[in-house]
Design a protein around this ligand. Structure first.
Ligand code: FAD
Length: 381
């Protein structure tokens, strides 16, 4: 990692240490972020990392974005997760596919933190098979699209102002050419944000259903081209996977930050438990899982734009780092014995936060499918 990136990491860490870490336990307990968290991130110029300066962004690389998500997740897993959903999954996608008018209208407020963003593709009956099973639909009537249906599990959904929403806009027989992305705003007639779901981890990062009942979306809110939403969705998923797999890195680092001092201080049988070989083996395994994941994620991030195999490698990095994170969090609990099992300690939260990375943005089973299909596809003749 070059010196400029290291310096940038210091800036992200400084912010996360001062503004996120002190609130992490309370966020988890209350299932609520501090009300000024988003604008503070905006004021620190960390919201529009990959977005050009003319829209209020920083014009930096995906690798810079990886570093911010890693450092935020080290301080608070849920802040890192909600931030990634906002700054990459909504903001970066909106920039990549938006018209000039859409960029001018939405990006400045999303980048300042005045508005929060979300992306909605999943539905009650459309999860892993989101394209094939999508039921939410929009029909063109005059100069508006009339949308109906329900989206589910939408991160930042309860409090977001700007949503990228995928809807079916042609018959299923048109396959990958039947889906369109739209920009939906809080308060549009016929659009309702559901109540916040109570969930295992990533508490604070609100999650809810979205309801569309004859919601009239203006024509100028089509994002990208009509019926070309699948390409937009798939293109977005690669960078989403890259940015999301920085979350497990931060969580694993938080586990190391917690247990290394603990095993050095905790005395049993007249000595620090760090002296026992079985404890040392666990520490070595945890460290190796973290560093192996880091190697994969950074390699992908550093060459992301020109990466040839980024589809399968983004899936591989996500699959590997998420499994490592869950196992490292479990090891942290074990190393702290009874204290590790207490909710007042950090490792339980790390375990609960880790698990979503094996599910969200495509499950690990689907990631394995992507990797293996790519490696075994028939050679071109
Ligand atoms: C906290 C949280 C936040 C989320 N945030 C968002 C968001 O912001 N926006 C959004 O659009 N979605 C979001 N999601 C939804 C998430 O992307 C889906 O949960 C995920 O894609 C899996 O879909 P599903 O839950 O319907 O599971 P299903 O697709 O029903 O899968 C259930 C199980 O079956 C397995 N399975 C399914 N198909 C196959 C197959 N072909 N081969 C092998 N195994 C298979 C899966 O791997 C899984 O283990 C979020 C979910 C959660 C829990």
């Amino acid at each position: 990692m070059n010196k400029e990136l290291e310096k940038f990491r210091d800036k992200a860490r400084e912010f996360a240490t001062a503004e996120l870490a002190p609130y992490a336990a309370q966020i988890d307990k209350d299932d609520e972020f501090p009300s000024d968290m988003w604008t503070k991130i905006g004021d620190a110029n960390l919201m529009g990392i990959t977005i050009p300066k003319e829209y209020g962004g920083e014009a930096l690389s995906y690798m810079h974005h990886v570093i911010v998500v890693e450092e935020f997740s080290r301080a608070s897993g849920s802040a890192g997760f909600a931030y990634a959903a906002h700054s990459n999954i909504c903001v970066d996608n909106l920039y990549k596919s938006g018209t000039e008018a859409q960029r001018q209208k939405y990006l400045p407020k999303l980048i300042s933190g005045e508005h929060v963003g979300a992306l909605a593709m999943s539905e009650p009956n459309a999860g892993s098979d989101v394209v094939g099973s999508m039921e939410c639909h929009a029909e063109k009537k005059g100069n508006v699209w009339v949308a109906n249906g329900t989206k589910r599990w939408i991160t930042n959904g309860p409090y977001a102002e700007t949503f990228i929403v995928y809807m079916r806009t042609a018959g299923k027989e048109a396959g990958s050419k039947s889906i369109t992305a739209f920009l939906v705003e809080k308060g549009m007639a016929g659009f309702t944000q559901g109540i916040k779901k109570d969930k295992l981890g990533m508490r604070g990062a609100g999650n809810c259903e979205l309801y569309f009942k004859d919601c009239e979306i203006p024509e100028e809110n089509v994002l990208g081209e009509v019926n070309k939403g699948v390409a937009l969705l798939m293109n977005g998923l690669d960078s989403e996977r890259l940015i999301l797999c920085a979350g497990p890195l931060g969580i694993m680092q938080a586990a190391m930050d917690t247990v290394i001092p603990y095993v050095q201080e905790r005395v049993q049988f007249g000595q620090a438990i760090a002296n026992f070989q079985m404890v040392q083996a666990k520490i070595a395994e945890m460290y190796t899982k973290l560093e192996a994941s880091r190697g994969m994620v950074y390699r992908l991030g550093e060459n992301f734009t020109e990466h040839k195999n980024r589809n399968r490698d983004a899936a591989a990095a996500c699959f590997f780092s998420s499994e490592c994170s869950t196992s490292v969090a479990l090891d942290a609990i074990q190393l702290m014995g009874g204290r590790g099992y207490m909710n007042e300690e950090i490792p339980g939260r790390l375990l609960r936060d880790s698990k979503i990375y094996e599910i969200g943005g495509g499950t690990n089973e689907i990631r394995k499918m992507i990797i293996a299909r790519d490696l075994t596809k028939p050679a071109k003749k």
